[in-house]
Design a protein around this ligand. Structure first.
Ligand code: AMP
Length: 224
């Protein structure tokens, strides 16, 4: 599909845990032909590969804290300078602090990319319902939902018949905590970008599936 309307854009995906941000980013990557740049994925790859960066980031990530701004800013500057990002990219999980947002604004200006914000807005109660119904297979990682995509009878994984489990961070008290930290982190960024970018789309994702929501976001980005 053509993205003449979109132009050379860096799409900044905002959305609380459970909003389907990861799925929407991946669908956009396929539909818009732009690379998906996730700082969380890059950091995890570095931890796996045992690089110096991974060594520095691991303990911080394990504690659920944010990696220092300097480190992630450098990762993103390096990644966005590669040729595959020349026409644009989809940023997922970055920026997360006001300083990262300000540094990113300067970087995008130098690279000739326009920041376009897509903020997925979803009611807290819907997130709780969705995440508390989520189950996953501890062996192969397959993801289920008790309502929309249940595992086999007896709560077994379709792939390898392992009993599915609830992720530790999908329990309601933890979800509340993750949601609150997201709001606290993102509000100043949302305020900053509201004042600085031309295109800031708030998309209410409500009860729709991540796939339906992805189509809506594509439509908005491609048709303005
Ligand atoms: P994510 O997969 O986006 O939830 O990221 C996993 C972890 O990586 C986070 O909990 C942070 O420790 C770290 N991380 C990812 N992106 C950033 C960022 N933009 N700023 C700081 N830390 C980050």
């Amino acid at each position: 599909m053509s993205n003449a309307t979109l132009g050379k854009a860096a799409i900044l995906m905002f959305g609380p845990p459970g909003s389907g941000k990861g799925t929407v980013s991946k669908v956009l990557m396929g539909r818009l032909g732009l690379p998906h740049v996730s700082t969380g994925d890059i950091l995890r790859e570095n931890v796996q590969a045992g690089t110096e960066l991974g060594r520095q980031a691991k303990a911080i990530m394990d504690a659920g804290k944010l990696v220092p701004d300097d480190l992630v800013n450098q990762i993103v500057a390096e990644r966005l300078s590669r040729p595959d990002c020349a026409r644009g990219c989809i940023l997922d999980g970055y920026p997360r602090t006001l300083e990262q947002g300000q540094v990113l604004t300067g970087l995008l200006e130098r690279l000739g990319l326009e920041p376009v914000v897509v903020s997925l807005e979803v009611d807290y109660n819907i997130i709780v319902a969705r995440l508390t119904a989520r189950r996953s297979c501890p062996k192969c990682g397959a993801v289920y939902n008790l309502v929309s995509k249940p595992p086999m009878a007896g709560g077994l994984c379709e792939v390898d018949s392992t009993p599915v489990i609830t992720r530790d961070d999908d329990r309601e008290d933890v979800i509340r905590q993750r949601f609150a930290s997201y709001e606290k982190q993102t509000q100043p960024l949302a305020d900053y970008f509201t004042g600085t970018v031309k295109r800031f789309y708030r998309v209410t994702v409500g009860e729709g599936s991540p796939e339906e929501n992805s189509e809506r976001v594509c439509g908005i980005l491609l048709n303005g």
